[in-house]
Design a protein around this ligand. Structure first.
Ligand SMILES: Nc1ncnc2c1ncn2[C@@H]1O[C@H](COP(=O)(O)OP(=O)(O)OP(=O)(O)O)[C@@H](O)[C@H]1O
Length: 259
């Protein structure tokens, strides 16, 4: 299921504004990559380019390629809806559909993809996705109750269950814990560690301890000044980035000497 991502010469624009310049990197399957860097350096923009969510914004465009196991997601004729099925995304604020039950929330992505499934299959999928998201035991007796009745951390795990129910190959997470309390954050971090057995995971985080705790690889993005494009300065083993980075800019950022 899990696939390698090869990013080649990726330039990401909002209209004429070049927001992220010339990123080339390889993200291994069954790993967690954390993207860190100062505000506005293009972390979220880069993340959204990995599943073609970027181009939803009017005037936004991308040059270069993003390959999943060698297949260019930006190739001619590739359907962005299919790309987003293969490369799922979890957002900063847990966003379960408020009027839907827990069960319906888990199945929402599958139904959006126009997949018809039998009742028994749907039940199995709800159970396996909620188990995969470490939420089953907490909600198995109230699957027909609204998803909005869960705690913030439970809601975020519900959103993760919804994402994995469509059986993606990659899971992108944009600051998935920033709206959560420390206990829920730990639950989601534990979950990430389990999910990496099956998926390639890329997260954006402002929390450097979190990057150090959960990720195998870390990418440091930086920006030279307002209006300048963000660049991937360094991408390496997380222990190397945090203990012995190759670039001075990375070291300055890690040690809090930035800006
Ligand atoms: N919808 C948009 N339209 C135009 N410019 C945008 C849009 N979204 C982001 N940008 C610009 O692109 C650049 C990168 O923004 P992005 O949100 O990717 O940075 P970030 O590193 O994720 O920041 P933060 O850590 O604050 O979330 C910034 O200059 C930002 O102002």
């Amino acid at each position: 299921m899990s696939k390698q991502i090869d990013v080649k010469d990726l330039n990401i624009y909002y209209g004429d504004f070049l927001a992220v310049q010339d990123v080339s990197t390889t993200i291994a399957p069954r790993s967690i990559t954390a993207l860190i860097g100062p505000s506005g350096c293009g972390k979220s923009t880069f993340l959204r380019a990995l599943n073609r969510m970027h181009e939803v914004i009017p005037g936004a465009k991308v040059k270069g390629s993003v390959e999943l196991d060698g297949q260019d997601m930006y190739g001619r004729g590739v359907d962005p809806v299919l790309v987003r099925r293969k490369v799922g995304m979890v957002f900063q604020k847990p966003n379960p559909f408020p009027t839907m039950s827990i069960k319906e929330n888990v199945l929402a992505g599958v139904k959006l993809n126009n997949k018809r499934i039998k009742k028994s299959e749907a039940e199995e999928l709800v159970e396996s996705s909620l188990k995969g998201a470490n939420l089953w035991n907490e909600v198995k007796d109230r699957l027909d109750k609204p998803g909005s009745g869960l705690s913030g951390g439970q809601q975020q795990r519900l959103c993760i269950a919804r994402t994995i129910a469509v059986k993606p190959e990659v899971v992108l997470m944009d600051e998935p814990c920033s709206a959560l309390d420390p206990i829920s954050t730990l639950a989601v971090e534990d979950l990430m560690a389990e999910l990496k057995n099956d998926y390639t995971i890329v997260i954006v985080t402002h929390n450097m301890q979190q990057a150090a705790r959960v990720s195998d690889k870390t990418g440091f993005f930086n920006i030279e000044g307002t209006g300048k494009p963000g660049k991937l300065v360094e991408y390496d083993e997380t222990s190397k980035i945090f203990n012995n980075p190759s670039e001075k800019a990375t070291e300055d950022y890690i040690s809090g000497r930035f800006g």
